[in-house]
Design a protein around this ligand. Structure first.
Ligand SMILES: NC(=O)c1ccc[n+]([C@@H]2O[C@H](COP(=O)([O-])OP(=O)(O)OC[C@H]3O[C@@H](n4cnc5c(N)ncnc54)[C@H](OP(=O)(O)O)[C@@H]3O)[C@@H](O)[C@H]2O)c1
Length: 243
């Protein structure tokens, strides 16, 4: 029997990353998840390693050790954090914290899987951006890093194209996860009520719907698509159905 293709997912303990573990193992991949806390109920085809991705040396050596066992065909840079601060309140520490996890950890993870992907002669990298990259109030540090993900992914797409490694971006809109609940406080913040009412499809997204777009980009048949950003946002970035 052929060996299952191996995919590394960061931020796999909850939300979109957790949904992705289930989706990818159901699709027949061998999935390795990273996050600081271990999720419950892992099933066949799923393994997990506790790791703080902002500890770069530990993260790099963990991934290198895992890749030496079996190279990763896919990487999903999904873990992120979002300081909720206005322009007046945002500190350099907020900026640094967002850059450390949302951008720098993605670089470290990507560098650590590349030798194995090159050996395989193929690879798929999917980076998570956000609708907030286009602008969202009180998300200065977060939106800067999520716009940065789009830029760095386009550059990596060009640098890695001849290695048959694709690099694409999934940019979710509001999705029912802990990050969204903590940052946007649905039911409490009137701006969130207005935001949810303005989603063209009339509802918030589910983590499995974001996982579906990521799974499409990871597919071996998606090799002619690279450097692209796919918005999965119920039509929010397209416009308003009432105007
Ligand atoms: N939900 C939305 O509405 C939405 C919208 C746009 C974009 N996105 C993007 O989608 C991605 C996933 O978001 P989500 O909503 O699923 O977030 P989430 O529910 O908060 O999950 C974030 C994941 O990242 C992990 N993580 C956080 N800090 C970490 C660290 N220092 N080291 C290792 N792991 C860490 C968390 O696990 P531990 O706490 O266990 O470490 C968790 O598994 C993010 O890139 C986010 O920007 C989400």
């Amino acid at each position: 029997m052929a060996e299952r293709k191996r995919v590394l997912v960061t931020g796999a303990s909850k939300g979109i990353g957790r949904a992705l573990l289930d989706r990818l193992s159901a699709d027949g991949y061998s999935v390795v998840g990273l996050a600081r806390s271990r999720p419950d109920g892992l099933s066949e085809g799923q393994t997990f390693h506790a790791c703080d991705l902002t500890d770069f040396e530990t993260t790099r050596s963990l991934i290198q050790r895992l890749a030496a066992e079996q190279p990763f065909y896919g990487l999903v840079n999904n873990a992120a954090m979002a300081p909720i601060k206005s322009i007046d309140d945002t500190t350099i520490d907020d900026m640094q914290a967002a850059v450390q996890l949302n951008l720098n950890a993605s670089l470290i993870c990507t560098q650590a899987v590349l030798p194995g992907m090159r050996k395989l002669g193929a690879g798929r990298i999917v980076n998570l951006s956000s609708r907030a990259a286009l602008g969202k109030i009180n998300r200065g540090a977060y939106s800067a890093t999520k716009a940065g993900i789009v830029g760095i992914s386009r550059t990596w797409a060009l640098e890695l194209a001849r290695d048959q490694i694709t690099v694409n971006v999934v940019a979710p809109g509001p999705t029912a996860t802990e990050l969204f609940n903590m940052a946007s406080r649905p039911g409490e913040d009137p701006r969130t009520t207005a935001l949810l009412a303005s989603i063209p499809v009339g509802r918030i997204g589910k983590p499995e719907e974001i996982a579906h777009a990521i799974a499409f980009l990871l597919d071996p048949r998606a090799g002619y698509m690279t450097g692209q950003t796919l918005y999965v946002d119920g039509g929010l970035t397209v416009g308003n159905v009432y105007l």
